[in-house]
Design a protein around this ligand. Sequence first.
Ligand code: XMP
Length: 517
Amino acid sequence: MKKHDLIVVLDFGAQYSLLIARRVRECNVYCEVKPYDTSVEELKKIDCKGIILSGGPNSVYDQDAPKTDPALWTAGIPILGICYGTQLLAKELGGEVKQAQKREYGKALLKIEDKTDLFAGLANEIQCWMSHGDQITKLPEDFKFKACTDNCQAAAIGSKDKNIYGVQFHPEVLHTPQGLDIIKNFLYIICQVKPTWTTKNFVEYAVNKVQQEVGQEKVLLGLSGGVDSTTVAALLKKAIGDQLTCVFIDQGFMRKNEAAKIVELFNKHFKIRLIHVDARKRFFDKLKVVTDPEEKRMLIGTEFIRTFEEEAKKLGTFPFLAQGTLYPDVIESASGTTDTGKKAARIKSHHNVGGLPKDMKFKLVEPLRKLFKDEVRSLGKELEVPDGIVNRQPFPGPGLAIRIIGEVTEERVKILQEVDDIVVTEIKNAGLYREVWQSFAVLLPIRTVGVMGDKRTYLNTVAVRAVASKDAMTADWARLPYDLLETISTRIVNEVPEVNRVVYDISSKPPSTIEWE
Ligand code: XMP
């Protein structure tokens, strides 16, 4: 199996550690995030070719300031410190770090003094993003100043002999526009690694790996129709062909025509064995008269597991269960370990496959567990997953059921499907589908008075929601153009006879959530 050069980010609890890893991968070099105290022995065992020490919330003079394995400094592996990482390496190597007279946050002009390695090919002055309270006041032996700002003489330091470098600013953020070039210089010039981490190479690598893991055994995959599970399906088909069976449970809460599209895609395009479970009736029966959001979610989750379990039993023995778990779900991080890889049977707590009963003894196949979402998208493209799925906005597991406030009935799902389809179509027509994080409609449990033609109406109200966000943790309501809102509203009341009023949700998260339930 072809091996990729590996760079490790040692995580000191920075909010940016994952971002650093993503940036390295954008340079086509494979990168993983590991806890700051990972031993040199371990780093050598995995043949790590370079280390980036992340920033972090501590000061190197804090009593319990996190430190690396002391052997790291003489291990001969190239190192780049960022912010806290730089202060730590300076102090550990005999330099001095003090509280800066002037704390520096935000944009600063970086004046480059040495362009032989880290800053090769850059201009004499570039913009950078600073965020620090401490700074280096005395360099360790063999180190030189490489760049400064008005407030910080040691904005970048380095020792060619030791192959250890540090920057006080953040090259990983977009506010340092040439940051990626600096990271590239570290990778290609200082670590001398090769840019082989490409989607094409990953397909080859993942296919081999799955073949070795699974052998001749059968694999079951729960399919949701989203990019992760569909990409896993396409990858597994390539790796193990007919050993793969997918189960798609149609709860009845998908978007308009979505269930039919999934079935067609798998049958005609991928030619993957797909068990399409039409479970709509049992889900609608379960949700009768239920209006409490949490109860809804719980009932849907439990019913999903029951259905999946029953179907899996019918299909015979499957030693393996495949899942679309991604890197951010499994990452071992200083700021909170979620899964170390040792707990191999931990199942993603997402209800689509989450919480499967313990007595279902599957071994897990998770071919995406080292990938970021963007990488999954390009992998999906490479594997010919259609655009509509690769670029689909996030869609919650319980689907439209949590966008129908009050009781969920088949009739109300139908109404919302029509409305939602208009919203999505018009947002796409306006070229904004990928610009907004999510855009959808919510069916409210109230009717209001309207007038259509000469007739009084008393019909449903729908809310349109569109938000801008980077990670769904916070979100801002999207400032959609008025003309677009007008088209959406006009189409909805003209084309969906059950609706006579459309409102636009102008709340951000927090305090509101993205979904209404
Ligand atoms: P909220 O509403 O909490 O949503 O702001 C944050 C993000 O999570 C999605 N979401 C879900 N995704 N199963 C999922 O797979 C769920 O039960 C679920 N609930 C919310 C939501 O669409 C948004 O992107």
